[in-house]
Design a protein. Structure first.
Length: 298
């Protein structure tokens, strides 16, 4: 609280997450690095530490305080690592051995609980603004699935959606189940912004454990791409970048990206192959280049 500093993973450019009810540890969800929860701030030595965020463990702790007599199950990556763990949790909930089931998106996927009468979605806005051109589609799909989990039996159901934007079109269309309205708006938006299915996307990722090598390799790739585009006289390709990856440092490896929008033609596929071949030929062996076609997260 004193300095506002966030404890970050030394191997990834992300903040660490607090785990464990009794043995508190900080964990990086990307590389697995962990350490005991510090008692003082590593930056300013203050003892006034703040535990932010709203993961499933935190939600379980708060629900146990609000409903001390409720039997609560949690279904997430931490609780489903064992053999048949998914089915054991679902079976226990289905057989009335718990009153509340907390979980990540896996809870919403097609499960039938006839006695469930109330479903809640926490922090819907995070899904709306993911770095993914399918963010609206995924949010609509998730909300419609969640709403379908409540009131499947004889008991009327309710769904509570936590959001700062209750009038957002996607949330309104999902809660009213207006699929045709959603599709019409989403397909028009993708056409205007040239996203699939109206084009293809190629995400080029350059990676290196040496940040200076990464910069040199990125500059080299940019020159190769410019030369290939000029030689082919290709005007339909739209290039964005280079720019830092959303998580710039991952498992002690630095990453830059270049995004290409293109029509899926023989010429464009040949150009992508040429770019990759020239980079491999000119590379120094200290960096890698991968091409992901129509990726999820951008």
């Amino acid at each position: 609280r004193a300095c506002g500093e966030v404890i970050r993973c030394p191997y990834c450019s992300v903040s660490m997450t607090l785990h464990g009810f009794s043995s508190k540890r900080l964990l990086c969800h990307y590389c697995g690095y962990s350490l005991p929860q510090p008692q003082i701030c590593p930056s300013c030595s203050s003892q006034r530490l703040y535990h932010g965020g709203g993961g499933t463990e935190k939600l379980q702790e708060e629900l146990e305080e609000l409903f001390p007599n409720a039997r609560i199950l949690r279904m997430d990556a931490d609780t489903t690592g064992g053999k048949n763990a998914h089915e054991k949790i679902l079976s226990a909930f289905r057989n009335k051995k718990a009153d509340i089931l907390i979980g990540t998106q896996m809870v919403a996927k097609g499960h039938d609980f006839p006695l469930v009468s109330l479903v809640g979605v926490i922090n819907t806005d995070a899904s709306l603004y993911m770095t993914d051109y399918r963010a609206f589609e995924n949010t609509f799909s998730l909300l419609t699935q969640v709403i379908g989990r409540a009131g499947r039996g004889d008991v009327p159901g309710r769904a509570l959606i936590q959001t700062f934007q209750p009038l957002h079109p996607i949330i309104n269309q999902a809660t009213t189940q207006f699929y045709n309205d959603f599709f019409a708006g989403e397909i028009a938006l993708r056409k205007n912004l040239a996203y699939p299915p109206f084009c293809h996307i190629a995400m080029l990722t350059i990676a290196s454990t040496d940040e200076s090598v990464l910069q040199t390799s990125t500059d080299m790739l940019s020159h190769i791409m410019r030369d290939v585009l000029m030689e082919a006289k290709e005007k339909s390709m739209i290039v964005f970048g280079p720019f830092e990856s959303t998580i710039y440092k991952l498992r002690n490896t630095y990453r830059m990206k270049i995004l290409i929008k293109y029509k899926n033609t023989r010429n464009s596929r040949r150009m992508l192959h040429t770019i990759l071949s020239r980079y491999d030929s000119a590379g120094n062996g200290q960096s890698t280049l991968t091409i992901d076609i129509n990726p999820g997260l951008i």
